[in-house]
Design a binder for this molecule. Structure first.
Ligand code: BEZ
Ligand code: FE
Length: 312
């Protein structure tokens, strides 16, 4: 007799690989997969089967419910195409993506937390000098002056670090979603100065909904959840000898910080968006009103990598 780990009731499971009860199914499947040569695949699949079987024993779906669950997963695939990845979206709204990002981006030693790359990152952002403006159109919206310093976790400023940014417009659309915006509007790549400083002008972004036309949208509606992400700016901060940071900074005056549909708002990623109602801008000599937002980044030593853009 063997007792699989996921058998808290200690139901007997025989050495035979014929099915005898609901516990023996798990053990028989585990044995069937035990010859997997790749050790990581063997470990991952054993844990997946263990947890999925325990999940089914916990919720005890009817045949119809099981069918519905499988249809939901198939619908994720059917709704996935060149411009929409419904499978990734499902992982996002179930908190899976944020959990993995959080596990893989420890903040010990003072590293800035990571956040999702998201589906709107594109290669070939325009290169700008610090102080430049990433807004290429004259759509209405309050100017936003963003600045900060990139340092190592040892506190030393990092000159020449890449600071790449992208964001949604004041109506909550990325350039690739909005035919009215010029190509690569609100995207830009900067390099820090000798003191590790960066600064640029943009326009205040708005929050936006994730796509709701597919099965994920139906799930959110069934769960009485709104589909919005709070206003944010995406950043990739990278330098040779440092682990690349992919993150987002959120507007502190958003009223949905705690209900981000993708659970992406880390406490340390809330930026102070300050409305300035009188005077002139810190650079560029614009009259108020405008916003400022200062945010510093800390990189840990490691490998500089660049993420693969999910879209063209
Ligand atoms: C984003 O941050 O751009 C994003 C992340 C997950 C789902 C949708 C959008
Ligand atoms: Fe985004």
């Amino acid at each position: 007799m063997e007792t699989p780990q996921s058998n808290p009731a200690q139901k007997p499971v025989s050495a035979s690989s014929l099915i005898e009860n609901e516990w023996s199914v798990t053990e028989v499947v585990r044995r069937a997969m035990a010859q997997t040569e790749d050790p990581r695949l063997r470990t991952v699949m054993a844990a997946l089967v263990k947890h999925l079987h325990d999940f089914l024993r916990e919720v005890r779906p009817t045949d119809e419910e099981f069918e519905m669950g499988l249809e939901f997963i198939a619908a994720l695939g059917h709704a996935t195409h060149a411009t929409n990845n419904e499978v990734v979206l499902a992982a996002d709204v179930l908190g899976l993506s944020t959990l993995v990002t959080t596990m893989n981006n420890g903040t010990s030693e003072g590293r800035t937390p990571g956040a999702l790359l998201g589906p709107f990152y594109r290669a070939h952002a325009p290169h700008y000098a610090c102080g430049d403006c990433v807004v290429q159109d004259d759509a209405p919206g309050l100017p936003l002056f963003v600045s900060g310093t990139v340092r190592g976790t040892d506190g030393a400023p990092i000159p020449g670090a890449v600071v790449e940014v992208w964001q949604a417009s004041p109506v909550g659309l990325y350039d690739n979603q909005d035919p009215k915006q010029p190509d690569r509007n609100l995207r830009g790549l900067f390099h820090t100065h000798a003191d590790g400083g960066y600064y640029f002008r943009t326009v205040r972004p708005a929050g936006y909904p994730v796509p709701t036309g597919g099965p994920v949208g139906k799930l959110l509606a069934a769960q009485n959840r709104h589909p919005y992400r709070p206003a944010h700016i995406h950043f990739i901060v990278a330098a040779p000898g440092y682990r690349t940071l992919v993150t987002q900074v959120f507007a502190d005056d958003s009223d949905i910080l705690e209900t981000d549909v993708t659970f992406g708002v880390h406490r340390q990623l809330v930026g102070a968006f300050r409305l300035v109602e009188a005077g002139r801008s810190p650079w560029g000599d614009l009259p108020a009103p405008f916003y400022t937002m200062a945010f510093d980044f800390a990189l840990e030593p490691g490998e500089q990598t660049f993420p693969k853009p999910p879209i063209d």
